[in-house]
Design a protein around this ligand. Structure first.
Ligand SMILES: NC(=O)N[C@@H](CC(=O)O)C(=O)O
Ligand SMILES: [Zn+2]
Ligand SMILES: [Zn+2]
Length: 360
C-alpha cells in the first residue's frame, strides 16, 4: 500500500499556546486535522468559560484563510473551580472537557489541583452533565520514581476517583504504560485514553542516544520498550477507547536546550504521518482510520468527519528548526525524514511537509 485515504482525523490533545507562537504552529495542525481538543495550560490558564471564549476567538482569528479547523476548548481545573462553571461550560457549546493537572506535574501546572478531594463538587457536576475529565495522570510525590508516576497515579488516585464517580467520563491523556493500557481495557466505556505518536515510536533509550537529547523529553517521560509495545498493541487493537492525541507541545529552542529544559515534544508538523509510520511498522495501517478519525469523535459525542485526506508513502526531510513566533522550535525528527507525506485533495504533492500553506 503506497497511499492511504482516511476520514480527516481529529487531535484529542493539543497545545497551541497563544499569540505569535500560536500563529506559527496552528497551520501545521489545521492542515491535517478537522478539530482538536485545545489544552488550557496558558499563562494564566484558561479557567472559565469566558476565558475559553476569548481564547477560541484568538485561535479562529489566527487560522489560515479558508481553513475550517475547529478548536474544541477545555477548562483548567483548580482547587477553586466553581462547580457552577460546569453547567455554563456544557451550555456554551464550545467547551468540551475539563483538564486536571496535578499542581507542579508539568508545564504551566502551578495553578493545578493540590488534592483531588478539593474538586468533588465539580466532578459531581461533570458526571451529571456528561462533561469529560481529562487527566494528566502522574503523581508528583518526589519519593516516586519518575518512570512509575503514571502507574502509581492509577493506583492511588484514578481507581478511587472512578469508584467515587462511576459515570464520570474520563480520558487518561498521553498514555505511556502497560498498567495504563490494562486499566482502560478493564474499565467500562466511559473511560478512554489518548496515545501520542512519540510514545508509539520511541522508548526511553531515545533520551540518551549518544548523549542527552532534550527534544525527546516530555511528560509523562518515554518508558521502556515493553511499555511502547503495549501502547502499539492498544492503539492497533481496534478498541474504541484508545484514540489519537498528539500532545504536540511546542517550546522555544532555548527553553529545551538548557540546564533545566522544559517538557514537551513538537509533532504537529508531521502528526498524522508519524502515526502512519507507527501503524505501518505494526502492520496495522488498516486500523489507523478508526484510531485517528472515528473513536475520539464517538467518545466525545461529536459527528465523525466526512472530508477525507490522503497519505502517500514518500519520505520528506524535516527542517532543523521551525519558526515559533520571534524564536524557533526544534520539531521531532529535525534533520531526519518522515516516511509518509500528506497530499492534498487534488492529489498533488505539496512542498516540504511542514512549510506548506493550508490545504483544505
Ligand atoms: N507533555 C509535555 O511534556 N508538556 C506539555 C504539558 C503536558 O501535556 O503535560 C506542555 O504544555 O508543554
Ligand atoms: Zn500532560
Ligand atoms: Zn499535553
Amino acid at each position: 500500500m503506497d497511499t492511504i485515504t482516511l476520514a480527516r482525523p481529529d487531535d484529542w490533545h493539543l497545545h497551541l499556546r497563544d499569540g505569535a507562537a500560536m500563529q506559527s504552529v496552528l497551520p501545521d495542525t489545521a492542515r491535517r486535522f478537522a478539530r482538536a481538543i485545545v489544552m488550557p495550560n496558558l499563562k494564566p490558564p484558561v479557567r472559565s468559560v469566558e476565558d475559553a471564549r476569548a481564547y477560541r476567538e484568538r485561535i479562529l482569528a489566527a487560522l489560515p484563510a479558508g481553513s475550517n479547523f475547529q478548536p474544541l476548548m477545555t477548562l483548567y481545573l483548580t482547587d477553586n473551580t466553581d462547580p457552577g462553571e460546569i453547567a455554563r461550560a456544557q451550555a456554551s457549546g464550545f467547551v468540551h472537557a475539563v483538564k486536571y493537572y496535578p499542581a507542579g506535574a508539568t508545564t504551566n501546572s502551578d495553578l493545578g489541583v493540590t488534592d483531588l478531594a478539593n474538586c468533588g463538587a465539580v466532578f459531581a457536576e461533570m458526571e451529571q452533565h456528561g462533561v469529560p475529565l481529562l487527566l494528566h495522570g502522574e503523581v508528583t510525590d518526589p519519593a516516586v520514581d519518575v518512570f512509575d508516576r503514571e502507574a502509581v497515579f492509577i493506583e492511588r488516585h484514578l481507581i478511587p476517583l472512578h469508584k467515587k464517580f462511576p459515570a464520570l467520563k474520563i480520558v487518561l491523556e498521553h498514555l505511556t504504560t502497560q498498567q495504563g493500557v490494562d486499566f482502560v481495557q478493564a474499565a467500562p466505556a466511559n473511560i478512554a485514553a489518548t496515545i501520542t505518536a512519540h510514545h508509539l515510536l520511541y522508548n526511553r533509550n531515545a533520551l540518551f542516544q549518544g548523549g542527552m537529547r532534550p527534544h525527546y523529553f516530555c511528560l509523562p517521560v518515554l518508558k521502556r520498550e515493553a511499555h511502547r509495545q503495549a501502547l502499539i498493541d492498544a492503539a492497533t487493537s481496534g478498541n474504541a477507547r484508545f484514540f489519537l492525541g498528539t500532545d504536540s507541545a511546542p517550546h522555544p529552542v532555548g527553553a529545551k536546550e538548557t540546564a533545566c529544559g522544559c517538557a514537551g515534544i513538537y509533532t504537529a508538523h508531521a502528526a498524522i504521518e508519524l502515526y502512519a509510520e507507527a501503524f505501518e511498522t505494526a502492520r496495522a495501517l488498516d486500523k489507523l482510520e478508526a484510531f485517528a478519525s472515528h473513536f475520539g469523535a464517538d467518545f466525545y459525542g461529536l459527528p465523525r468527519n466526512s472530508e477525507r485526506i490522503t497519505l502517500k508513502r514518500e519520505a520528506w526531510a524535516v527542517p532543523d528548526a521551525l519558526p515559533m513566533g520571534e524564536t524557533m522550535l526544534v520539531p521531532l525528527r529535525a534533520g531526519e525524514s518522515v516516511a509518509w507525506r500528506m497530499v492534498n485533495e487534488a492529489g498533488s504533492v505539496p512542498g516540504p511537509g511542514c512549510l506548506d500553506v493550508a490545504v483544505n
